[in-house]
Write a new protein. Structure first.
Length: 338
């Protein structure tokens, strides 16, 4: 299969988290057919990461990695002269195909890289966390996410915050007998909207999104419960932000910090255009897989949309860019050994 055909074949295997087993089976079989030593790394039930190396090179210095899972809904593949469409086209099945072909091309030059394809990135990075327990000694990991083939200088972190307000139910005709949890939550969110969030000249601003709201019993009942889920994109350590959120909400509501992914500054390589990734990746969950770099074809702005696509030119360019990156890193390792 060529690059475009492989991309489409991967897209057409539905792998919405946590349903990655079929695409993992296909990749393992396809890699074995192509001459790789490919094996599954069991994660949960039928879910498994896929790890592939070349015979005699079980501990490569460089590993290409990305994820196999996608967000819903499933959209089958199609193409025109310039683009391939479908769920996962850029996030991240086109990247899988580009990394496979780059690794095969590198083998012809005597550079042997490994491949690590993971489950669960779109939800909780469960595959990356499991893989991190079994590192193979790589010095560098090139992680693939849609960056339009620009090298990420940093990746914003994330902080999921749950704000819960509690009140007292009463008949809505007698509000003085109750205590509205929704009113408390609205005031707490108003205060949080007024917070000045940190900024960085190179990385940009910390941002906030109120992603979901719940609360109330009925229109004629004073609500005793209300909850909001907030998501902050971090540009540095979160300790000060956590304190300010808690102090800002005060006694209006409970503040629960649910999940945090840290902000990361990443390695530079000369000669590549750069960007800052406002999204999170599997990288923080893979500290034992080598120094990370982040780059991939496709735009994050069309990922997770019904019209998701990847430019064919970016796919073919990515193969060459991955080869160039690996060659530079391999050369730097040889130089350091002298």
């Amino acid at each position: 299969m060529d690059l475009f055909a492989l991309t489409r074949r991967l897209i057409d295997i539905e792998s919405i988290t946590p349903n990655e087993s079929a695409v993992g089976d296909f990749l393992c079989d396809e890699l074995l057919r192509r001459g790789w030593d490919a094996r599954k790394m069991a994660v949960e039930g039928a879910r498994a990461n896929v790890l592939a190396t070349w015979t005699g090179h079980d501990h490569p210095e460089i590993v290409f990695s990305t994820h196999m899972d996608t967000v819903p809904p499933f959209v089958e593949s199609s193409e025109d002269d310039e683009r391939i469409y479908g769920r996962g086209a850029c996030d991240a099945k086109g990247i899988i195909a580009a990394q496979m072909l780059a690794a095969e091309k590198l083998r012809g030059t005597g550079v042997y890289v490994g491949l690590l394809f993971l489950v669960g990135e779109e939800r909780d990075s469960i595959g990356a966390k499991l893989a991190n327990q079994y590192p193979i000694g790589a010095r560098f990991m090139i992680n693939g996410e849609p960056t339009e083939n620009r090298l990420a200088l940093a990746s914003k972190g994330s902080l999921h915050v749950e704000v819960v307000a509690r009140g007292k139910m009463a008949h809505s005709a007698y509000p003085e007998l109750g205590e509205s949890a929704i009113d408390k939550l609205v005031e707490a969110l108003h205060r949080l909207h007024g917070m000045k969030l940190p900024e960085d000249a190179e990385v940009g601003a910390c941002t906030k999104n109120v992603g979901s709201l719940q609360g109330g019993r009925a229109p004629n009942v004073i609500p005793d419960f209300a909850k909001a889920d907030l998501f902050y994109r971090l540009i540095g350590p979160a300790d000060a932000l956590r304190r300010e959120i808690t102090e800002t909400v005060g006694d209006l509501a409970e503040v629960h910090f649910m999940r945090e992914t840290p902000f990361l500054r990443l390695r530079r390589l000369d000669g590549l255009p750069t960007m800052v990734a406002a999204f999170t990746t599997d990288i923080p969950s893979l500290p034992d897989w080598g120094e990370p770099l982040l780059l991939g074809p496709g735009s994050i702005h069309v990922a997770h949309t019904t019209g998701e696509y990847v430019e064919k030119k970016q796919l073919t360019d990515a193969v060459e860019i991955y080869c160039s990156m690996a060659a530079k890193l391999s050369s730097s390792l040889l130089t350091a050994m002298k």
